[in-house]
Ligand binder design. Structure first.
Ligand SMILES: [Zn+2]
Length: 691
């Protein structure tokens, strides 16, 4: 009770400060006796940032009575609720990257999930660490796994999901975050903790009792469940810091279509359902109120730094009223449809994607009445959207990093499939809002493709091409699906179709090279691999394909050069080192081959199966002890076992081992048609009775 009372007193004091003033300014006004304003440096607050994945602003109790979210409602009541907060793009990783960098996607270049955040960007946790903060993050969905780069600068980045899982529940994440808070209790220095909840992302499967409470709307059930866990986390946080300053921010990364404007999920369109997100701040120095001005999730960055004492102009409570911007480039990057941009200022929202839509969202929040040609928005809106779209289209999409198949599978299982980053607007580029009927097939087809279920993907891509004949992605993937399922005629037809749509595509050359490789058409595959690698030198599948082509063509030196390149970049290049060893053997480069096989052995460990080759090479190099050891490791199941015994017997005689005569006899007993004639001419065995 005492704590609640003292908090109330503090709040009353702060109520005298105008909204938007931080405690630094307020404490100077209220003037603690005996402390000069210059020295009144407030302790930096503990900061809790909660991000709610896939949460529509109108899915919280603050805005609708269809759901109960008492904890978030209470926080919004105590703090400032932003009723016009916007995501920068309706996708998880880019949106969170904007929160942690303060930049729009056009400037941080993360347009989709599955990209890796550039190491040169300043991330929020690193800047907080500079100010003495201990930083920790607990994320709940694979799109934010540390491999995508947002973990940089955090002291702790917990993204451990159950084996094979792509997300963890709010309860699991909350438990870990609360445990960490307890561990840090009493340690010096302020804390920054970011907790990300993923539950509202589809599939919508809330635990009981929420499933039963929301039988007709499990999405809202997930929201209500998440709210319960937010409540637990916020209580633990506030309890721990009751004697100290603290701030909390809750923000959504994007919403969910749920059928609005024909979109079920998120990522393809820029309407309010996926773009307007919940956003609230509360804590020390923050007076209760609501803010109706449009703000962007990228302002999380400046706001948190401001709280930490690194004064910034762009915070959520700052003075500036500039247009809030956003993009939705997935349909453009993946299918060549119109790129989409958005700007909001003073209740007017403009969407540009080929044509222009203008909505007065104050009176038409469902965006049903396009006011284009009836309303002339503030010129600042046009300028902002023009400048942004120019910048966004000029910036090349970040090149797809070589993600593991496991990572691609996990993203695909969450409905995310990366584009190839071909930034080209088709001549017939349709407006994504007119193509909503294809969104489902596009996502399903792409998912099947990533999971290599090519047979099931064929009818899906065929359907897409009937509706959208110039869809390059569908044509190319259909070609690959036919190639892999050995339908040669249809594969060629689809490759030709893809080439007619985009003759410059690197992806087309890559997949067609793989097709020729599969058909052992080395002379056709080689130049295509070479041309892909001229543009993207580090592409492992193409390097591996080219090494295979050169080897089959007898171009041993060229193959070696490619393999040397592969072992530099591949994580565990054991088999490649063995290939190098084999090729060096054909060139009679004994020492080079030994070095390569030794490298292979150290990489492969127990999986190394080239003991015979290495043993024979050691023999040729007169390293008989090494040879003996290698040859002893040849399995009796190995097709060259007879040869191994023969060579081992030679080594034994040369080493004058006591059991050498028995070794020769054993080799003779196990001799095959290759080694038997070798005994006749073997002078080392002349004085041994082995027959
Ligand atoms: Zn998300």
């Amino acid at each position: 009770m005492q704590n609640t009372d003292s908090m109330k007193t503090a709040l009353t004091l702060l109520l005298t400060c105008v909204l938007a003033l931080l405690v630094t300014a307020c404490s100077q006004e209220s003037g603690d006796a005996g402390v000069t304003p210059e020295k009144a440096q407030p302790a930096p607050p503990a900061i809790l940032l909660i991000t709610l994945d896939t949460t529509r602003a109108d899915s919280l109790g603050i805005e609708t009575d269809r759901v109960e979210t008492p904890n978030l409602d209470a926080l919004a009541d105590r703090g400032v609720y932003f009723s016009q907060a916007y995501s920068v793009t309706p996708t998880t990783l880019p949106s969170h990257t904007s929160m942690l960098t303060g930049l729009y996607p056009a400037d941080h270049h993360i347009r989709e999930n599955g990209r890796v955040v550039d190491k040169t960007l300043d991330l929020l946790p690193a800047l907080l660490k500079d100010r003495g903060y201990t930083t920790a993050a607990f994320v709940s969905g694979f799109p934010l796994a540390s491999q995508f780069g947002l973990s940089r600068g955090f002291d702790l980045y917990d993204d451990v999901f159950a084996s094979g899982a792509t997300e963890r529940t709010a309860t699991g994440t909350t438990d870990l975050a609360i445990d960490w808070l307890k561990e840090e209790k009493g340690k010096p220095g302020p804390l920054f903790i970011w907790v990300h909840y993923y539950d509202p992302h589809e599939p919508y499967q809330p635990p009981e009792p929420f499933l039963s409470q929301y039988p007709a709307d499990p999405y809202l059930g997930e929201i209500a469940y998440m709210d319960q866990e937010v409540g637990r986390l916020v209580s633990a946080f506030e309890e721990q810091f009751q004697e100290q300053p603290w701030n909390i921010m809750v923000v959504g990364d994007h919403g969910e279509g749920l059928g609005d404007h024909g979109e079920m999920l998120h990522g393809n369109l820029l309407y309010q359902a996926t773009m307007r997100v919940p956003l609230m701040i509360a804590g020390t120095g923050i007076e209760a109120g609501t803010m109706g001005r449009a703000v962007s999730v990228r302002q999380v960055f400046d706001t948190v730094l401001d709280w930490a004492g690194d004064s910034r102009a762009g915070g959520l409570l700052g003075e500036q009223a500039e247009p809030v911007l956003a993009e939705a480039l997935k349909p453009y990057l993946q299918y060549g449809w119109q790129p989409q941009f958005m700007a909001v200022l003073d209740g007017i929202k403009v969407i540009r994607s080929g044509d222009t839509e203008i909505y007065d969202i104050r009176v038409d929040p469902e965006e049903t009445d396009n006011l284009d040609s009836q309303l002339e928005p503030d010129p600042a809106l046009w300028d902002a959207i023009d400048a942004y779209s120019t910048r966004a289209l000029a910036a090349p999409a970040e090149k797809q990093q070589a993600l593991s198949q496991e990572a691609l599978d996990k993203l695909a299982s969450l409905g995310y499939v990366g584009s190839t980053g071909s930034t080209r607007i088709r001549e017939d580029a349709p407006n994504p809002r007119d193509m909503v009927y294809l969104f489902h097939d596009m996502d399903v087809g792409a998912g099947l493709f990533i999971r290599r279920d090519y047979r099931a993907a064929i009818p899906v891509f065929t359907r897409i091409l009937e509706a959208d004949p110039y869809n390059f992605m569908a044509a190319l993937r259909l070609a690959v699906a036919y190639s892999v399922t050995d339908n040669e005629a249809e594969a060629q037809k689809s490759f030709d179709r893809a080439r007619a749509i985009d003759p410059t595509s690197v992806d087309l050359r890559h997949y067609q090279a793989m097709h020729y490789l599969k058909n052992k058409q080395w002379d056709l595959a080689g130049p295509l691999f070479e041309s892909v690698l001229a543009e993207s030198p580090g592409q492992l599948p193409d390097l591996e394909g080219l090494a295979q082509v050169y080897t089959r063509q007898g171009e041993i030196k060229k193959a070696l050069l490619v393999l040397q390149n592969i072992v530099q970049i591949k994580e565990s290049p054991g088999l490649e080192w063995a290939r190098i060893g084999q090729l060096r053997m054909t060139l009679h480069d004994t020492k080079g081959a030994i070095r390569a096989f030794e490298a292979a052995r150290s990489k492969l460990g127990d999986d190394f199966t080239f003991h015979l080759e290495l043993g024979m090479l050691y023999m040729a190099d007169r390293r008989f002890n090494d040879a003996a050891k290698s040859l002893d490791s040849v399995s009796s199941q190995h097709p060259g076992y007879s040869m191994a015994l023969f060579k081992r017997a030679q080594a034994s005689v040369l080493l004058k081992e006591p059991d050498r005569e028995n070794r020769v006899r054993q080799a003779w007993i196990h001799a095959d048609k290759t080694t038997r004639p070798m005994f006749e001419s073997e002078r080392l065995f002349q004085n041994i009775q082995y027959r």
